[in-house]
Design a protein around this ligand. Structure first.
Ligand code: PGA
Length: 257
């Protein structure tokens, strides 16, 4: 992305400022297009962002009344009501706190009898919505986006994934800290599904993500670092705190106030 004219870096002094900036960005996008089709991530990273966004809705500065959402991924083999499901995570952190009608929430069903058909259904639902306008992304320390894990190949479309041990470990907190309870499989949007969004916004904070962010921005395209494929997209914003930006070139590290 060093040579890209479109990737934009936004570096903030701390995690809270980054979360606020992203919430403002999304709120602005909803203002411009009230029926925005918004792709959403889970994980520790977006929690502050969801908090800021629900605060803006509480204060009447933003409304999800006409927004449609699609989450990136879901564990396979647990129902949406399971306390460890991403669906429950989203309800706790965003859906139950904003004025988003349930009928406009789209989610992969981890309880589906036929996972392949479920993936196909999700692809069609995204297409029927007119495609994703804005896809927000977190990034795993191994460079995964959604549950597109590093490996010799990447899947283009929504698909069934066997989770890496490190991804299961980083989700153990959702399952009472017990690794053996974390599902071994998940359903995830594919790389092409993600890259076909009109715009992508990657949120990352903390020094543990710094090496990965630098490799995504300055390194080669490689399936061993799925997020490196963001370099192919024409409209990418990276919203970072100083920790996550700390391994970038000094020019990209300019802090916004
Ligand atoms: P994290 O996970 O926000 O918990 O670091 C990010 C991700 O795995 O995409």
């Amino acid at each position: 992305m060093t040579d890209s004219v479109t990737a934009r870096f936004h570096v903030y002094p701390n995690e809270r400022a980054a979360a606020r900036a992203l919430a403002r960005h999304v709120s602005d996008a909803i203002q411009v297009k009230p029926d925005l089709v918004l792709g959403l991530p889970t994980g520790r990273t977006p929690v502050g962002f969801y908090h800021e966004l629900s605060g803006m809705v509480d204060h009447g500065r933003c409304s999800f009344r006409s927004v449609r959402t699609f989450n990136l991924d879901e564990f396979l083999g647990i129902p949406p009501t399971h306390p460890g499901s991403y669906r429950r995570f989203m309800e706790a952190h965003l859906f139950n706190r904003v004025d988003l009608p349930a009928s406009q929430i789209n989610f992969l069903n981890g309880d589906a009898r036929d996972p392949e058909a479920e993936c196909e259904r999700y692809e069609q639902a995204i297409a029927q919505a007119g495609g994703l306008d804005v896809q927000i992304l977190g990034i795993g320390t191994n460079g995964h986006i959604g549950f597109n894990e590093p490996g010799p190949r990447l899947e283009a479309r929504t698909h069934l994934v066997t989770l890496k041990l490190e991804s299961r470990r980083s989700n153990a907190a959702l399952f009472g800290g017990q690794l053996d309870r974390v599902p071994t499989e998940a359903l995830s949007m594919g790389m092409a599904t993600i890259l076909q969004a009109e715009s992508l916004i990657l949120l990352a904070h903390g020094e543990s993500k710094a090496g990965c962010i630098a490799a995504v921005v300055h390194g080669p395209l490689t399936t061993e670092l799925p997020a490196s494929f963001l370099q192919l997209h024409h409209d990418v914003d990276l919203i970072l705190d100083t920790g996550a930006a700390s391994a970038l070139t000094s020019e990209a590290q300019t802090v916004q106030r």
